[in-house]
Design a protein around this ligand. Structure first.
Ligand code: SIN
Length: 276
């Protein structure tokens, strides 16, 4: 069965489920190449009923690219033996949070947009999920760019956004100060050659060399367009789901969930390029 993959689109705009595969145990390069091609075509891949420990998650990540270390959390590693693994969770153990982002909403963003070389791929594996809430939404930034009104497209051509690193996607102030980074508003995907919007996150973003009021109005118009329902698909998680998204041409967000429920997700990422 490991050579036959079934690619089932999840929505008209992005996302596909890869069926009939134990993704950690794909051995043939040919099958893996088909999975990777589906990822570039559909931007977000879902694999159900996977059994991945951290070592298997890191191994799989490394087949897609160079697995990067996760940022430190409150000065410590999420998983001592696997520095590439970040935990996204509201669970506490011995009075300490085991992961980041808590149970509140995470606003639309791309991962680590404020670093010089944001990750190419993000891998999120669900260990425990709440019975309701905590869904994750994805938005297609190729489509958002390709459907921009001409006047808006003309206004952003050659422009850059100053990406601010102070707040995470749940609105919490980061402890470590990271300098702002400038990236083009329209970036070219290094593998597909397609152009997409690259907005990062809305909070504290500024268009370079533009007055604050004008920058805010332009960014608001871009965000309203980019996150319209027509460009998005939302995933209701089951334990054992693995989702891999292309962080170069998508945005994602997460719904809040009841604080008394547990949600434990393990995340890895692959090294990306400086957007151009
Ligand atoms: C994230 O925003 O990177 C995590 C998304 C999620 O918890 O579903």
């Amino acid at each position: 069965m490991q050579n036959a993959i079934e690619v089932v689109p999840l929505s008209p705009i992005l996302g596909a489920e890869i069926r009939a595969i134990d993704v950690a145990r794909v051995v043939s390069a040919e099958t893996f190449d088909r999975i990777r091609a589906a990822w570039l075509d559909h931007l977000v891949l879902l694999f159900r009923d996977q059994q991945l420990d951290d070592a298997a998650l890191v191994r799989l990540t490394s087949r897609f690219g160079e697995a990067e270390e996760a940022p430190l959390f409150q000065g410590r590693r999420f998983v001592e033996d696997h520095p590439e693994v970040m935990i996204v969770s509201n669970v506490t153990m011995d009075g300490r949070e085991i992961g980041s982002l808590g149970n509140s909403e995470a606003f639309w963003h791309t991962d680590l947009n404020f670093v010089e070389e944001p990750p190419a791929g993000s891998f999120l594996y669900a260990q425990e999920v709440p019975p309701a809430g905590g869904d994750t939404g994805f938005a297609n930034m190729y489509a958002a760019y390709e459907t921009l009104p001409a006047a808006l497209a003309a206004r952003i051509e050659g422009r850059r956004i100053r990406h601010d690193a102070r707040f995470n996607s749940a609105g919490y102030l980061r402890e470590v100060r990271v300098p702002d980074t400038l990236h083009p508003i329209v970036r070219t995907h290094p593998e597909t050659g397609r152009r997409s919007l690259y907005l990062g996150r809305r909070a504290n973003a500024k268009v370079e060399n533009m007055a604050d009021g004008e920058s805010d109005a332009l960014l608001d118009a871009l965000w309203t367009h980019a996150t319209a329902d027509a460009f998005t698909w939302h995933h209701r998680w089951r334990a054992g789901d693995l989702i891999i998204w292309d962080n170069r041409c998508t945005l994602h967000r997460r719904d809040s969930f009841d604080a008394s429920q547990r949600r434990i997700m393990h995340r890895t990422q692959t090294r990306g390029n400086r957007p151009f």
